[in-house]
Design a protein. Structure first.
Length: 53
């Protein structure tokens, strides 16, 4: 029983860690994309109030 539980835990961690890493990578890409999108949107806006160049 203990050996089976141990195997399941190892298998779960082997599956969960790459999935967690992938999710983190996608979240990071999402934040970067959102950041650039906001910057682009700010630059596209009329530069009346944004004259701090």
């Amino acid at each position: 029983m203990m050996k089976r539980l141990n195997f399941q835990t190892i298998l779960l961690s082997m599956i969960a860690i790459p999935v967690f890493t992938l999710v983190n990578i996608w979240l990071a890409y999402g934040y970067i994309l959102l950041f650039f999108l906001v910057i682009g949107w700010e630059k596209k806006k009329p530069t009346e109030e944004a004259d701090y160049e």
